[in-house]
Design a protein around this ligand. Structure first.
Ligand code: SF4
Length: 267
């Protein structure tokens, strides 16, 4: 994990998403919308005021998102959401234009990937990182075979919120740059057992794939005992476990504590 937060930026070109699998049950977008009292249903995607952010410039004509940034993309929706199909081509154009930045999105819709990429995608844009999210074995068995065969230059597997023990070993090859695991946050969070996390870690170590335990979640189980972990401690407790393996240049953000800037959000 980098300690230099200045290298990160957020870009949420659209907001809102439809729930698609068990990991969506306590989606943080819905929780945040409720907290902010949004008048539009969280399931209704809409473009945000930040749609053109990668192209926006400051008074001195330099880009607002400075060159070299790792841009967390579409964390208040899913970049491959069906409702965003009309908007995505323009988003790709901006991503292509800004080759001086990295764009990183997570998705639970990897099965839509090939329908969603631009004509000149080829074997992938070098400045795009894709995180395929899996939360249980059913989603592993559905999403990872698809992910494995896609032309993407930078791939990570996001096992979060981890809802049960999962076996991803047959999908761990040198194309996977990182596996990141975390429990579920929020009121009513489902349990995450430390044994499942250690099991995933062993799978990664066996294949020499970088592994990160990025957050405990709110309901953590260790050695058969249940722990309630406050939101503020969920990242630091995971970090204290000190079980990351070969973590280098990328950082997977903790989406559950993600706050979007005011100017990216509107109804
Ligand atoms: S943003 Fe992610 S977690 Fe939330 S509903 Fe969409 S796919 Fe599910």
């Amino acid at each position: 994990m980098s300690d230099n937060w200045n290298i990160y930026a957020d870009w949420n070109p659209w907001h809102g998403c439809k729930k698609i699998s068990p990991g969506c049950k306590f989606c943080y977008v819905y929780r945040q919308d409720e907290m902010y009292g949004s008048e539009t249903a969280s399931s209704e995607a809409r473009k945000t005021l930040a749609f053109n952010l990668p192209m926006k410039r400051k008074r001195d004509k330099s880009y607002k998102i400075e060159p070299g940034k790792m841009v967390f993309t579409c964390f208040t929706s899913d970049f491959l959401l069906e409702d965003a199909d009309p908007w995505r081509p323009e988003a790709w154009k901006m991503i292509k234009e800004r080759k001086d930045c990295w764009f990183y999105f997570f998705t639970k819709r990897i099965h839509r990937f090939e329908k969603c990429v631009p004509d000149d995608w080829g074997d992938g844009y070098d400045n795009v990182l894709v995180g395929c999210t899996v939360e249980n074995q059913e989603m592993v068995d559905f999403r990872l075979p698809i992910f494995k065969n896609l032309p993407i230059r930078h791939k990570s597997i996001i096992a979060s919120p981890l809802l049960e023990r999962i076996d991803i070993s047959s999908y761990l090859d040198s194309s996977i740059e990182e596996v990141s695991v975390g429990g579920e946050s929020g009121v009513g969070a489902r349990p995450c057992d430390y044994d499942w996390i250690l099991d995933l870690r062993e799978q990664c170590i066996t294949k020499e794939i970088p592994f990160r335990f990025h957050q405990t979640g709110a309901y953590f189980v260790k050695d058969g005992r249940n722990y309630r972990i406050y939101r503020k401690d969920q990242l630091s407790q995971a970090h204290k476990a000190n079980i990351d393996y070969r973590i280098g240049k990328y950082f997977v953000p903790e989406t559950a504590c993600y706050q979007w800037p005011d100017d990216t959000y509107h109804d």
